[in-house]
Write a protein of this length. Structure first.
Length: 507
């Protein structure tokens, strides 16, 4: 088959994959309600000045400042989170284009689309692309940094190419640090990579060391800010992971990374994968594959060790939301194995592709609520409260919530920030501005609420514990008797099914 025809098929397949990937992301962006973390990122940028964000004076201190600064700029154009999410599509397009171009350096065939396919349809990355969060930016920048340093090591043949990739690496790797601190996984991977390259080209390893020192200089202002605000950073993560031995930790890590098969089985699969890639690294005569396998192997091992030490010793920020890097390395392992078997044994290649597709399919049935939050219909309930003629006059609102689900209501929807129509946004803000809002995480605290006589109380029960709901209603009745007040109560309880939640009126 002529090369031009083969190249056209590959390009057409690339465009098709990306087009479907955009459609899937667009659908989720426009249909999923906001979740707590999105509002926290948005509100931090919206309500703080550029100076406050630059000096880490903002609320969020366990992320870099770059994403918050960009988000601050975007809020001048719109405050609707669904529209802010659309910027993730630009990052997605840039990522897959860079990855496609990079893997074509290895082989201009359909195999160069394997990484693009996984990034486009792996549910973790699909869902990450549909939320306002710094992980989209740090993943894009780290991907660009990985490609530039890899091109520097593997494919730069002229001084101009080496200079170009060096500058690109310094820019993207430094910006990645300021985007999110989870880039630390990438940084620690580069340390053994320098020693690995030293075995090939001593001069090139020296150049990599100089690039590392230059990168350290560029991120030093950020490191100074972190050191000054370290106590604040630590205080944002009060729920520290309890100390556990390495084997228990490794089981939990493996279970999270894979599909919750059970700690033992997941651990066995991870260990076997690491052994396979190690053997491939030793056996392969292809320098590029040796590099990819070493990068993936050292990155996974160093990342696991780092995650274990710091989660047990300092703070619980390196959670599964930062597993974008481990999945990236896992994809490198799969690509390297497929590349090898495509040259040696097509049967093994078919088996590996089947396993990859099964893994991808099973991941779609795995609940991601803990990572990305429940899909809660905040907007519909907000509209109901405003449009219901019974909710006029002297009205109080009581949130019963043990998981901060009330935050999107109070700090986003009740302020009318989700509305493009300025008049409607203003009327929503005016409606809720004179409503007394009470927040409880225990029904026994009802005595501390502030409700006036002959008023109306809207109770929004952000939980599914029916026993607690019944107890809350009893305590409200006791509160009325004890304080000699007559209150008209309206109850809404959150009803969830498969991660999607709506509010149901309850008598």
């Amino acid at each position: 088959m002529p090369k031009s025809i083969n190249r056209s098929r590959v390009n057409l397949a690339f465009v098709s994959i990306v087009f479907i990937g955009i459609i899937v992301r667009l659908y989720l962006i426009m249909t999923r309600g906001v979740f707590v973390d999105e509002v926290l990122y948005f509100n931090t940028s919206y309500s703080n000045s550029f100076t406050s964000i630059l000096t880490l004076g903002a609320v969020i201190k366990d992320h870099g400042i770059l994403y918050l600064l960009i988000l601050k700029l975007l809020t001048y154009f719109t405050t609707k989170i669904e529209l802010l999410r659309l910027t993730n599509l630009l990052l997605y397009l840039a990522e897959v284009f860079l990855l496609f171009r990079f893997f074509q350096n290895f082989r201009k065939s359909l195999l160069s689309l394997f990484f693009v396919f996984l990034i486009s349809f792996f549910p973790y990355f699909v869902l990450t692309n549909t939320y306002v969060s710094p992980y989209n930016l740090v993943f894009f920048l780290t991907t660009a940094a990985f490609i530039s340093i890899s091109n520097f090591i593997l494919f730069s043949k002229t001084r101009k190419e080496r200079l170009y990739n060096s500058v690109l690496f310094l820019i993207t790797s430094s910006l990645a640090f300021y985007a999110d601190y989870s880039v630390i996984y990438f940084y620690i991977t580069l340390i053994p990579v320098v020693f690995f390259v030293y075995l090939w080209y001593e001069n090139q390893a020296e150049n990599l060391t100089l690039l590392g020192l230059a990168n350290l200089i560029l991120i030093s202002p950020g490191l100074c800010l972190i050191s000054k605000n370290f106590s604040s950073l630590q205080s944002t993560n009060l729920n520290a992971t309890p100390n556990m031995n390495f084997f228990v930790f490794f089981g939990q890590f493996s279970d999270t990374l894979l599909i919750s098969l059970s700690g033992y089985l997941s651990s066995v699969i991870v260990v076997l994968s690491l052994i396979s890639v190690f053997v491939l690294m030793l056996k392969s005569s292809n320098k590029s594959i040796k590099y990819l396998t070493f990068f993936a192997l050292s990155g996974i091992l160093c990342g696991i060790l780092f995650l274990h030490i710091f989660n047990n010793s300092y703070f619980n920020v390196f959670t599964e939301r930062t597993f974008w890097y481990f999945y990236f390395l896992l994809f490198l392992v799969l690509y390297s194995l497929m590349y090898h078997f495509s040259d040696t044994n097509k049967k093994y290649l078919a088996v590996l592709m089947a396993i990859s597709l099964i893994f991808l399919s099973l991941k779609y049935f795995q609940p991601y609520e803990g990572v990305f939050g429940k899909n809660i219909g905040y907007g519909k309930l907000t509209d109901q409260l405003i449009n219901n003629p019974n909710y006029k006059g002297n009205v109080s609102i009581l949130f019963y919530d043990r998981n901060y689900y009330y935050v999107p209501f109070q700090e986003y929807y009740f302020l009318g920030l989700n509305e493009l129509d300025k008049n409607k946004a203003s009327s929503i803000k005016k409606y809720f501005s004179n409503k007394r809002i009470n927040i409880l995480n225990n029904y026994a605290l009802v005595n501390h609420i502030n409700v006036h006589k002959n008023s109306k109380l809207i109770v929004i029960f952000l939980d599914q514990d029916q026993i607690a709901f019944g107890q809350l209603k009893k305590f409200i009745i006791l509160y009325e008797k004890h304080n000699n007040v007559t209150v008209k109560n309206y109850f809404y309880i959150m009803n969830c099914n498969d991660g999607s939640c709506a509010f149901v009126y309850s008598t």
